[in-house]
Design a protein around this ligand. Structure first.
Ligand code: SF4
Length: 405
């Protein structure tokens, strides 16, 4: 006796793969283009939405294929400016998180690349979870499609900085980014996509050799091997000198400027000596530095006060590279840097699974907050127009999404 026929998981197919599958059904290639448009740019989650496909073709699709999607479990809104942390459930029951950060001039999604993470950074809630599995490329992409569906807003920027180390899931991450960047996909410009690594050198070298067009961020966080190994065990395998050599190789091509993330921990890596070492390490390198005052998560570290952050900023002024203080948004919902771990207060109840209706309250609330922030930004720009620029921004500076690496 024959068992049930396994249906084709359409979102797991590339654009070329989808075309081959559709033509294999005896359909014309333009049918595949129509289907792709529904699955990716329009983010359809059922065949019934695909109203420009003939009834007959839709029936064939229903019989032979399926559309799997991440299920939204919850959406937590932060009270400090509109970041939204999404908790998703994968078809196998694993749960991952993404963060949506709407600002006046951009809408960023911070996506996860793995379920948990095996690198165990001492300050990171994700690291405490341990590693479960790599995400498939469609699961990485579907976070962005899901955020767009839930918020009604098209993301403009992507940071792969959520749960997991992207260079340890290299192929799936690059496949997902290719679709995000594809003009026929999500059409997000390659300069608006950033991959953030904790310093996994083989991945960084491959990223360089393959001349990937996306921006690169390196989570540095310490300037001595002793301290970096203590807070980021990956440093034992890939110590600072080797990491910096790989970063310099990456930076040799014109137009490449790496961003260094430096989480500031009070009394641990924020001394004058640390600043001097950081200057020495980055001297002559085309780079940007993001200083991120630590967001309480795990490990018993302390967040430096504003005075300490300002002092550190002053000490690294001779760097002559852009330095930005990122007071991460979403700390109150566990969506700030290093906090993603699948929990948070004030969950928003998900809509019924069978409903295709958008979450109007979430959408309208985001629109209202963005409107209010645009006004605030205009007022603050006016007020500060006479001020001269320092080495970095003052609070509130630009901010990161959820993530980690
Ligand atoms: S900071 Fe990044 S690399 Fe480190 S444990 Fe967290 S997710 Fe993993």
């Amino acid at each position: 006796m024959n068992g049930p026929v396994e249906k084709t998981h359409l979102k797991a197919l590339s654009r070329a793969g989808l075309e081959a599958w559709v033509t294999g059904l005896g359909e014309k290639p333009y049918r595949a283009r129509q289907l792709w448009k529904w699955l990716v740019p329009r983010g359809a989650s059922s065949f019934s939405e695909m109203t420009d496909l003939s009834r007959e073709f839709r029936a064939r699709l229903e019989a032979a294929a399926e559309i799997r999607s991440l299920r939204r479990v919850s959406a937590d809104r932060s009270g400090d400016g509109g970041a939204v942390k999404f908790l998703w459930e994968c078809p196998d029951g694993n749960r991952i998180e993404s963060v949506f950060i709407p600002e006046a001039d951009r809408r960023t999604v911070c996506v996860s690349s793995q379920v948990g993470c095996g690198l165990g950074c001492a300050f990171c809630a994700t690291g405490r979870l341990g590693f479960s599995r790599n995400l498939e490329s469609w699961e990485i992409l579907d976070q962005v499609i899901g955020v767009r569906r839930e918020t009604g807003e098209a993301p403009t920027n992507i940071v792969v900085m959520g749960m997991g180390e992207p260079f340890l899931n290299y192929d799936a991450v690059m496949d997902a980014l290719a679709v995000m960047n594809d003009p026929e996909g999500l059409a997000i410009g390659h300069r608006k996509i950033t991959v953030s690594t904790s310093g996994v050198i083989p991945g960084l070298l491959r990223f360089t050799e393959e001349n990937r067009p996306y921006k690169l961020a390196v989570s540095l966080n310490a300037v001595t091997d002793v301290l970096r190994t203590r807070i980021m065990p990956v440093n034992r395998k890939y110590p600072i000198a080797a990491l910096m050599e790989a970063v310099r190789a990456y930076s040799r091509a014109p137009g490449r400027r790496v961003t260094f993330e430096y989480v500031l921990f009070a009394g641990l890596n924020d001394s004058r000596e640390d600043a001097a070492r950081l200057l020495a390490l980055l001297r002559g390198l085309p780079c940007k530095v993001n200083l991120i005052p630590y967001n309480p998560a795990v490990g018993g570290f302390q967040r430096p006060d504003e005075g300490r952050v300002e002092r550190f900023l002053e000490w690294i002024k001779p760097l002559r590279s852009p330095v930005i203080v990122r007071w991460s948004r979403g700390a109150d919902i566990g969506a700030a840097c290093g906090q993603l771990a699948g929990s948070g207060p004030e969950r928003v109840d998900p809509p019924p699974m069978e409903s295709e209706a958008p979450d109007i309250s979430l959408r309208s609330d985001l629109a209202r907050r963005r409107g209010a922030r645009s006004q605030e930004a205009a007022v603050s720009r006016k007020a500060s127009s006479a001020e001269t620029g320092g080495a970095g921004s003052r609070k509130p500076g630009k901010r990161t999404g959820g993530g980690a690496s």
